[in-house]
Design a protein around this ligand. Structure first.
Ligand code: PGA
Length: 253
């Protein structure tokens, strides 16, 4: 069963309106009419509309970095997944480690976000991953199992809108990368856990991306692992000179 590689750029809280627009055009040009991989960009909320316009006529997927867990209401400063959908956003990142560890998001909140985002007809990329302390205490698989429970809310008809990004927290923005073997081991376990939650057939189809200091030098080897179906790229997604070779490293199946 073949899964199409997904290469995603998480722009975090970077770029200006002008720089985000020109990076979007460059990603669209690099993606071209290639159909053997999906490319996704996650700009800041305030740049979404500009980026959307610059991606017009391209097949690059527009994603948001977060959303709130309700359709609407008195939630000052938050953004509903329905608003994102209405803006032309197709995908949303949920549970990124910076939201879990810097903003204090709980597993329960993340699960509610997954539920509402799927109801709003968005695609969801759920981020999971252990901290350095958890890895050193041999708790990695336990952490993955706990965080993946957020997928319990996924209904059978929604499974084709779900992907998972395994991002070991100690590898994010640090220059430390999991070895391809470490990534493969965590991805295989993630797939096994997804099978327990959503069934074998779904687990075989769900893309599992690796994230954490992916760069042009390590992308190809990480992406060659059997259960690594793509990359979620932070720092190296901000310059097209770095992101383009990562896009090109996606196997063509
Ligand atoms: P990084 O970030 O590539 O800069 O490590 C990855 C991420 O946070 O998604």
């Amino acid at each position: 069963m073949s899964r199409k590689p997904v290469i995603a750029g998480n722009w975090k809280m970077h770029l200006t309106k002008r720089k985000a627009s020109s990076l979007a055009r460059a990603v669209a040009a690099a993606q071209g009419s290639v159909e053997s991989r999906r490319s996704v960009v996650f700009p800041s909320f305030v740049h979404l509309d500009h980026v959307r316009r610059n991606l017009r006529n391209s097949n690059v997927v527009l994603g948001a970095q977060n959303c709130w867990c309700k359709k609407e209401g008195a939630f000052t400063g938050e953004v509903s997944p329905y608003m994102l959908r209405d803006m032309g956003v197709q995908m949303v990142l949920i549970g990124h480690s910076e939201r879990r560890h810097v903003l204090g998001e709980s597993d329960a909140l993340i699960s509610d976000k997954v539920k509402v985002a799927l109801k709003a007809k968005l695609e969801v990329m759920l981020c999971i991953g252990e901290t350095r302390e958890e890895r050193e205490a041999s708790l990695t698989f336990e952490v993955l199992a706990r965080q993946l429970k957020a997928l319990k809310v996924v209904k059978p008809a929604q499974t084709d809108r779900v992907s998972v990004a395994y991002e070991p927290v100690w590898a994010i923005g640090t220059g430390l990368t999991a070895t391809p073997q470490m990534a493969q081991q965590a991805h295989a376990e993630t797939r096994r856990l997804v099978a327990q939650l959503l069934g074998e057939e779904t687990a075989a189809l769900i893309p599992i991306l690796y994230g954490g200091s992916v760069n042009p030098g390590n992308a190809a080897e990480l992406l060659s692992q059997p259960d690594v179906d793509g990359a979620l790229v932070g720092g190296a997604s901000l310059k097209i000179e770095d992101f383009e070779p990562i896009l090109a490293a996606a196997p063509t199946a």
